[in-house]
Design a protein around this ligand. Structure first.
Ligand SMILES: [Ca+2]
Ligand SMILES: [Ca+2]
Length: 401
């Protein structure tokens, strides 16, 4: 082992350009790289051993962390604060499968500030692990990094994190909350599948929510998708058995595609599908409790199978795909935006009804209000009447501007 340490020291001195008693010819770069890639050992404490490699760029990857089993470990051994430097080299990566579950009983891990990447399955199956403190420089959490860590309750994702790999937190059943940073560029398939999350806000930096990313999160009651999210892929939120309080009002105006089964089995009563959405797939919303669906894009491509289990009212524009789909299925009742007097037509009589309501001469029922109260403040207003007039005479194509 001493020889290995010596080799590492020589290698690092060479890279730092220090004067060493070798010429370049005597110790060609190729040999340095070969020597530095070897796994070396650092004795962290009496019972904890860290294996590592020094990479070509002079940084350290921790390849494994091993603990003595069946002994009483010290506080700093079960609550591990990994070193910032090993043999003078900065620790930047936690390697694939670094924490082999059968070889440690770690309760918390604090990663040093230089760590940028957590490798594949690095902490997979660590069933004693409760807390992980991640450094600000971290950009990547690898596939399956925390898969099946059933006691993991506390993790704060740092502000520079860009990638969460596939199944990274799958089956972290004790993980009830997580804040996804605005820096995130991708969340892999099944990343939070079967987690204990009760709410989630997906930042707009995420364009696609991948398959089963939040599937089977049975306690999830609130989902907010921020402006920027474009595609909700197949089964992204499938299997969430939540109360009817599920909040979907905030589907973003940037959303274009809701793929099949996206929200299958999610219980909800009301749904607004924004104007930006062009496609709603098969069984996207299978909730039987869905009472009303607002479809704001007149050309949205969907069918009655997008909402297969409910008897619901579809609110949409006259002449829209929403009207066409509803007319072909007895479960679906259609009500047109702007039809203030519930005549089935949208014309100047609706403007008159609106004006009477504004003047207090007539009142609108809750149902009538739903198709003319465009700003959803519970009352008809002259701005809404004006919008309705412009729509009727063909100046505007939309009412909800
Ligand atoms: Ca009417
Ligand atoms: Ca209003």
């Amino acid at each position: 082992m001493k020889m290995k340490k010596m080799t590492a020291v020589i290698a690092s001195l060479c890279m730092m350009g220090a004067v060493v008693p070798f010429t370049e010819t005597a110790l060609p770069e190729q040999n340095v790289l070969t020597a530095s890639a070897e796994e070396q050992t650092y004795q962290f404490s009496d019972n904890v051993t860290i294996n590592y490699t020094v990479e070509a760029d002079d940084t350290v990857t921790i390849t494994s962390v091993l603990m003595s089993m069946w002994v009483n470990l010290a506080e700093n051994e079960t609550h591990l604060e990994l070193p910032k430097n090993i043999s003078g080299h900065r620790v930047t990566k936690i390697g694939d499968s670094a924490f082999v579950p059968s070889q440690h009983t770690v309760i918390s891990v604090t990663l040093p500030s230089g760590v940028t990447n957590i490798g594949k399955a690095a902490f997979r199956g660590c069933d004693t692990l409760e807390t992980v403190v991640l450094p600000d420089n971290l950009t990547e959490i690898g596939d399956e990094a925390f898969l099946n860590d059933s006691k993991l309750t506390d993790i704060t994702l740092p502000a520079n994190l860009q990638t969460i790999g596939e199944s990274a937190f799958k089956s972290c059943t004790s993980l009830t909350s997580v804040e996804l940073p605005q820096s995130l560029q991708s969340i892999g398939a099944s990343a939070f599948d079967k987690c204990g999350l009760t709410s989630v806000t997906v930042p707009g930096s995420i364009k696609r929510i991948e398959e089963l990313a939040f599937g089977d999160c049975k306690d999830l009651k609130s989902v907010v998708l921020e402006e920027g999210v474009e595609v909700i892929t197949t089964s992204a939120f499938k299997g969430i058995l939540s109360a009817a309080t599920f909040d979907f009002v905030s589907l973003p105006e940037t959303l274009t595609t809701i793929e099949p089964n996206a929200f299958s089995t999610v219980t909800m009563e009301s749904l607004v599908i924004p104007k930006s959405v062009t496609t709603v797939g098969f069984q996207a919303f299978s909730s039987s409790t869905l009472k009303e669906v607002y479809i704001l894009n007149p050309e949205c491509d969907f069918s009655s199978t997008s909402f297969p289990n409910c008897t619901t009212t579809i609110y949409g524009y006259k002449g829209s795909t929403a009207e066409e789909v509803a007319s072909q299925n007895s479960r679906l009742n259609f009500v047109a935006f702007g039809d203030a007097d519930s005549s089935g037509k949208v014309d100047i009589l609706d403007v008159i009804t609106m004006n009477k309501a504004i003047l207090g001469k007539e009142s609108l029922s809750e149902e009538q209000l739903k198709v003319v109260d465009f700003n959803r403040n519970g009352k008809p207003e002259s701005s809404e009447t004006l919008s309705l007039m412009k729509y009727i005479v063909g100046i505007d194509s939309f009412l909800m501007e």
